[in-house]
Design a protein around this ligand. Structure first.
Ligand code: SF4
Length: 136
């Protein structure tokens, strides 16, 4: 009986696919969790008090490794011109945390960002992961 050998090409292809699937699953999980929270809070009023309000959270330190990796800036106009380029029909100059799909619970100065759990970002901030919030 002949045993089938996995070629290096197949192995690399499968590894790349697994990595992409994990990244997608992680994104979906984070999105699902943020969408599920209000329903869970509605069922259990005590849970609503356990979740820290946006006002109670610290702001992201722009000097932190994660913030630097995402090129996060507290003032979008401070982003390097070569990194805040147009995305789709949205000009770079129109991209801010407050109109990003990962942003929520604006407190007037900042809000939560799904990419920085437990922290706040400035509503006039920006990072390379900016993506236009869906219009309702
Ligand atoms: Fe701001 Fe969006 Fe980047 Fe979060 S993902 S820091 S909300 S631009």
């Amino acid at each position: 009986m002949k045993k089938k050998m996995t070629s290096r090409r197949e192995l690399l292809k499968n590894t790349a696919f697994s990595g992409a699937a994990l990244a997608a699953a992680s994104l979906i999980t984070s999105c699902t969790k943020s969408e599920e929270k209000p329903a869970a809070q509605a069922d259990d009023p005590a849970a609503a008090t356990d979740a820290p309000a946006a006002a109670d959270l610290p702001y992201v330190d722009p000097a932190s490794n994660k913030a630097k990796a995402l090129r996060y800036v507290e003032k979008a106009s401070d982003a390097p011109a070569d990194s805040r380029g147009d995305k789709g029909e949205t000009k770079g100059s129109e991209q801010f945390c407050h109109n990003c799909q990962f942003y929520s619970e604006d407190n007037g100065e900042g809000g939560k960002c799904a990419l920085f759990p437990g922290k706040l970002v400035k509503n006039e901030g920006w990072c390379v992961s900016w993506s236009l919030k869906a219009q309702s």
